[in-house]
Design a protein around this ligand. Structure first.
Ligand SMILES: [Ca+2]
Length: 319
């Protein structure tokens, strides 16, 4: 079974990923490191603990970094709620935090599991960037790092060109994208097509499983936000899609190896992910799979993701 470490700013799409991932027999989530992003780092940690409890699982949740390395965009209470749990109030689960510190915990897990370990980064890359600076050679020994962030050929969501996970800590994103790590990036180009609707949430209302019931409570808040920008009662699965691709990589239908860097200085373009796509200009598609750079997911089977996600959650009472 694949060993997965989740580094997360556990908000609402992250919650969909956690519930799906903790129902899956394909992966074992061996730890969660918390980072700021959708909300404060500590609220994101408490939300992760809450979901793991509701799923009846035992997974260590470790605190991480609370601020960007230099500077970045702030949290998004209008999207994820003031405490990263939509309409729900503040938790205090301090006693349930596992002692430790995310960058060190990440390196320890790589030391233990090596290539077997997959890191799924669902937020700002601050914890991973610091771990990379502490021990770059060890970081390169991890099996794979999947990160959701950036927008390459579509508009950003925190600026015309920047996406929230990159814009929340662009210096960290640059370190991780340019340190020759085994990195796969899922961008807004793909995740905005992985939609979950109010009808889907309504179908989940008959599931009694407490983890699924939690999503039924919190996702309408996320739908409210998306409805205000998309004009339809649907939301993007974002981190839910990312974790589904780790559960079943055959959902990834097209990738390219590209050099990816992050703009840090542009007055209008700070935090933009700059993927060098010049080699893709030819109409005959080159096989770039062995090229240097990072793996960028260009397409995913979002219809099959949707089916897989819904089947897992609708069947949760049988687990
Ligand atoms: Ca996230």
């Amino acid at each position: 079974m694949k060993k997965v470490l989740i580094d997360s700013d556990t908000g609402l799409d992250d919650a969909m990923a956690f519930v799906h991932g903790l129902l899956s027999d394909e992966i074992e989530i061996i730890g969660v490191t918390s980072v700021f992003g959708n909300g404060e780092m500590i609220d994101c940690a408490y939300h992760a603990i809450e979901i793991i409890d509701l799923m009846g699982k035992s997974v260590p949740v470790v605190k991480g970094i609370s601020e960007p390395l230099i500077g970045g965009c702030g949290p998004a209470p209008q999207v994820h709620g003031k405490y990263s749990r939509g309409p729900l109030g503040k938790l205090d689960l301090e006693a349930r935090i596992t002692p430790g510190y995310a960058p060190i915990f990440i390196l320890d897990q790589i030391r233990s599991y090596g290539e077997e370990l997959v890191i799924v980064a669902m937020g700002r890359l601050t914890n991973l960037a610091v771990a990379t600076r502490l021990d770059p050679d060890l970081m390169r020994k991890v099996g794979q790092i999947y990160w959701i962030g950036g927008a390459i050929s579509v508009s950003g969501n925190t600026s015309p060109v920047a996406e929230a996970n990159a814009d929340g800590d662009p210096e960290a994103a640059k370190i991780v994208c340019t340190s020759n790590l085994p990195l796969t990036i899922l961008t807004l180009d793909v995740t905005m097509h992985a939609l979950i609707s109010q009808d889907d949430i309504d179908r989940l209302k008959r599931v009694r499983h407490p983890g699924v019931q939690h999503l039924v409570k919190i996702i309408p808040y996320y739908l409210d936000f998306y409805e205000s920008i998309l004009g339809e009662r649907v939301c993007a699965g974002h981190c839910g899609l990312l974790l589904a691709l780790v559960i079943d990589p055959t959902l990834i239908t097209k990738t390219h190896r590209l050099n990816v860097d992050v703009e840090l200085n542009g007055r209008l373009t700070r935090s933009q992910l700059v993927a060098d796509r010049r080699k893709l200009r030819k109409l005959t598609e080159p096989d770039t799979s062995k090229d240097e750079g990072v793996t960028v997911i260009m397409q995913a089977d979002v219809a099959r993701y949707h089916t897989m996600f819904m089947d897992a959650l609708l069947g949760a009472d049988r687990t």
